[in-house]
Design a protein around this ligand. Structure first.
Ligand code: BG6
Length: 484
């Protein structure tokens, strides 16, 4: 474990992401004793002129989500808020960043009066357009200068560019200033409990090893649904669309963990090497294996242009060209304003050869990993219907996390990832070459959508999305609807 002062700088402190995710995650880490008050100072940085107390008051409501907080909990909130200082400045001025550096150094002096290194974490809760200038300013003014060691790290959020070219440009700009081990690219799906469980499930269970391949698996679906629309984010969303917002990052990262080969060890680089390989084995996406949709009412948002073709729904089939997966469709599906809020991985197995029960009409074995809400895993099996007759029925082997692990609170994705970035563990962060490979897969399709060559089919909010997507599953992915 490292000692010395820890300074966490949240840039974009008054923005939505910081208020809703970053600060609450820091608070939860603090409550659990991971951020010890005698070493940490949290700096909120943004352009608006605020006092420390004004920022603290703004954050208070996000840390106390319910009225039932006990006096002890409120006391904790107030102690935490007093670890936060506010520094105002612009994102491209050396003066502002030198001033920030001065504030950090003062805190370090106070904490390191005897000895200790200095650790500086810069969390960019900012639009990517300012990443290059902010990184440059950090590099020029705010690097750790302690003789006793320590580090400077930056955490960046998506969107990392809009396509292969812009992402590579951004990577190069940041890469000229920081080494890869200093850069933490967050994809918060990698912080989710059941996503992290994927490696354990696949590589610590003998049961799955012989089955996890083209001989046994018919298709895999990775599905994200939200039952609300773009809600005030229309202006941002319209520039990106559902593929950039969810599929190219979150679902593709989940895909990697489902499809990759076994890593040599759990070392972050070994894991990321395997993720990269499977991304590089994905074949070009075919036109007739894509369905796009846009919910009716999306364009009512005044910040969305009337003629927008931006998809709020997409189903895309990925094909992996390797020995394990040749011929197995991976269906990535995401949509806003659908009938439910749910994210899951569904692995559908092939039919039983030489079936003597004629049970195929009831369905196939399916293994479902529910990422959210209510984390769970269940396996659809055919069993004998209890009773005197020899009949079969679809049933489930079920592991619900809420029931099984009642005493455990499942940590928020951001909590875990921020802790990893402090500990220096990059396993659950996206490496530059992975990012590049992800953009390579989707860029040709995205460019054609941007040019209007692919149309989004309208769908009613609150439904399953365009019916064409269900047809695609049946016709191109050999998906068999299971009952029971
Ligand atoms: C974000 C997207 O990255 O993920 C949002 O920009 C989306 O559009 C969100 O709502 C979903 O995250 P979660 O953790 O609620 O599934």
């Amino acid at each position: 474990t490292e000692t010395g002062s820890l300074s966490i700088v949240v840039l974009g402190a008054s923005g939505d992401l910081a208020k809703k995710k970053t600060f609450p995650a820091l608070f939860n880490l603090y409550r659990q004793g991971f951020l010890l008050p005698d070493e940490v100072c949290i700096f909120g940085y943004a352009r608006s002129k605020l006092t420390d107390d004004e920022l603290r008051n703004r954050l208070h409501g996000y840390l106390v989500p319910s009225k039932d907080f006990s006096p002890e909990q409120l006391e904790e909130v107030s102690k935490f808020l007093h670890l936060i200082k506010y520094v105002s400045g612009s994102y491209d001025s050396e003066d502002s960043f030198c001033n920030l550096d001065k504030e950090i150094s003062e805190h370090e002096l106070l904490k390191n009066s005897t000895e200790g290194s200095s650790r500086r974490l810069f969390y960019l809760a900012l639009p990517p357009s300012v990443y290059p200038s902010v990184c440059k300013m950090i590099k020029t003014c705010c690097m750790n200068k302690s003789d006793l060691g320590g580090w400077t790290r930056i955490v960046v959020e998506k969107p990392f560019g809009k396509d292969l070219e812009s992402a590579e440009q951004l990577s190069t700009q940041i890469g000229q200033l920081f080494e890869e081990p200093q850069i933490y690219r967050i994809d918060h799906y990698l912080g989710k409990e059941l996503v992290q469980n994927m490696l354990v499930l696949r590589f610590a269970n003998r049961l799955f090893m012989p089955l996890w391949n083209r001989d046994n698996i018919a298709n895999v679906q990775i599905v994200f649904r939200e039952n609300f629309g773009t809600e005030g984010r229309g202006g941002y969303f319209d520039q990106y669309g559902i593929i950039r917002d969810i599929i190219q990052n979150h679902l593709l990262q989940v895909f990697c963990l489902v499809a990759m080969e076994k890593p040599v060890s759990l070392k972050p680089e070994h894991i990321r090497d395997e993720k990269l390989k499977v991304l590089e084995s994905v074949l070009p996406i075919k036109d007739d294996e894509v369905v796009l949709g846009q919910y009716e009412g999306y364009k009512d948002d005044p910040t969305v242009p009337d003629n927008s073709n931006t998809p709020t729904f997409a189903t895309v089939i990925l094909r992996v060209h390797n020995e394990r997966w040749e011929g197995v469709p991976f269906i990535l599906k995401a949509g806003k304003a659908l009938n439910s809020r749910k994210a899951d991985i569904r692995v559908q197995f092939k039919d039983v050869p030489g079936d003597i029960f004629k049970c195929q009409k009831q369905g196939r074995n399916e293994f479902v990993i529910r990422l959210q809400p209510s984390e769970a895993m269940y396996m659809k099996l055919t069993v004998k219907k209890p009773g005197l007759e020899m009949e079969t029925v679809q049933s489930e082997l079920d592991l619900s996390y809420r029931q099984r692990y009642q005493a455990v609170t499942i940590p928020e994705a951001y909590e875990r990832l921020i802790l990893d970035s402090i500990r220096g563990d990059q396993q659950h962060f996206v490496r530059r070459d992975e990012l590049k490979a992800s953009w390579e897969i989707f860029t040709p399709l995205l460019h054609r959508i941007d040019k209007g060559e692919f149309k989004s089919t309208p769908y009613q909010p609150g439904t399953r999305g365009p019916v064409e997507a269900d047809k695609l599953l049946l016709e191109k992915a050999g998906y068999v609807q299971t009952h029971g």
